[in-house]
Design a protein around this ligand. Sequence first.
Ligand SMILES: Nc1nc2c(c(=O)[nH]1)N(C=O)[C@@H](CNc1ccc(C(=O)N[C@@H](CCC(=O)O)C(=O)O)cc1)CN2
Ligand SMILES: Nc1ncnc2c1ncn2[C@@H]1O[C@H](COP(=O)(O)OP(=O)(O)OP(=O)(O)O)[C@@H](O)[C@H]1O
Length: 227
Amino acid sequence: MLTTGVMPTTEIISTAESSSSIPHSSPSQAKTALRRELKRRRRALSPREQRAATAQLCRRLRTLPELLRARRVSLYLPMGGEIDPQPLLHWLYRRGVSVYLPVLRPFSANSLWFVAYRPGTPMVKNRFGIPEPAAAFSARRQNRLPAWALDALIVPLVGFDANANRMGMGGGFYDRTLAFMRYRRPAPALIGVAHACQQVAHLPVEPWDIPLTAIATDAATVRPQKR
Ligand SMILES: Nc1nc2c(c(=O)[nH]1)N(C=O)[C@@H](CNc1ccc(C(=O)N[C@@H](CCC(=O)O)C(=O)O)cc1)CN2
Ligand SMILES: Nc1ncnc2c1ncn2[C@@H]1O[C@H](COP(=O)(O)OP(=O)(O)OP(=O)(O)O)[C@@H](O)[C@H]1O
């Protein structure tokens, strides 16, 4: 359901590109307005609503087969009202799963590395103010993995729809990092997570979008219909 009133859905859909090349155009006004509205919605949740949503989300994530069989998992540290996957950490550590965080890759615009996150990992804030493993720690090869070596990624979403299409922060970080998934198998499971209130009726599918395996919220699990 598109309850934002920011833009008619048809206008949002009409911004989808049909070409297979990856244009470096600025995002459409409709997409920018929708992103702003969805970020406002999640920031508007009270601390109590945030805590309840996080607990429900993590309960749901613990039942997903993709996470039950994963040995190497990435998650993220939340900002700006994002739903918090951190209660999952103890469950993962207890089961001997290796946990990784996304780190902004140096010398490679808008793409990510995944760096080991365990007790004692030295942390700094990145340019967006999000804590991430410190540069010297991330620089050591034994502390990091490329995305293809993970079994599952928990991916933060700004918006999603009933067909598990996603919208992120707009930097193209995850799409660039996961672009290999178009040709390389096996590929990690991609589990998008968001608050239920971040669902909209339809999102445009961009040529560079990498499809998610599933989306989990505090209220539901959404899987893409057969393509
Ligand atoms: N928690 C978290 N970590 C993450 C991501 C994310 O979406 N959430 N990312 C997913 O790609 C990557 C970082 N990408 C980002 C892309 C854009 C902005 C950004 O535009 N920030 C605004 C303020 C935030 C807001 O508008 O709410 C800014 O710095 O001005 C932040 C992170 C890796 N780590
Ligand atoms: N594989 C890629 N190679 C080059 N540019 C890319 C690639 N994927 C996405 N981009 C660029 O990134 C920009 C942001 O894309 P989009 O608006 O879809 O971000 P998003 O999916 O919301 O962000 P994120 O992936 O960080 O969650 C677009 O301008 C797009 O051209």
